[in-house]
Design a protein around this ligand. Structure first.
Ligand SMILES: [Zn+2]
Length: 105
């Protein structure tokens, strides 16, 4: 009876860590850089930008811009004016073009 419980428990842990490691090993497009587009699903307005740093970092800057109102972009101002929600990143940021990795010679 006890052995059964242990087996079940181990099995659960193995499944759990398997799922976690799958998630972390998945390459994330937001860790790359290049050209991106900000948009809202129900909105006509779009903002296209370029970054040499990870998209994730750039998104955070846009979010800070939205939240704390310093140097607002046109897109951010529009989001505020229209009462659109800002984020999450998958929802608002589309990647248009990935920058090619530079080869170190
Ligand atoms: Zn809008």
């Amino acid at each position: 009876m006890i052995l059964n419980n242990v087996r079940k428990h181990n099995c659960f842990i193995i499944q759990c860590s398997y799922i976690i490691s799958q998630n972390t090993q998945k390459p994330d497009k937001y860790d790359q850089n290049g050209i991106y587009q900000l948009k809202r699903p129900t909105c006509h307005k779009k903002y296209i930008g370029q970054t040499g740093r990870p998209f994730r970092v750039r998104f955070r800057e846009h979010y800070t811009d939205y939240k704390y109102a310093c140097n607002r972009s046109k897109f951010t101002q529009h989001v505020i004016d229209e009462g659109h929600a800002f984020g999450p990143v998958n929802d608002i940021m589309d990647i248009i073009h990935f920058a090619k990795r530079r080869k170190m010679l």
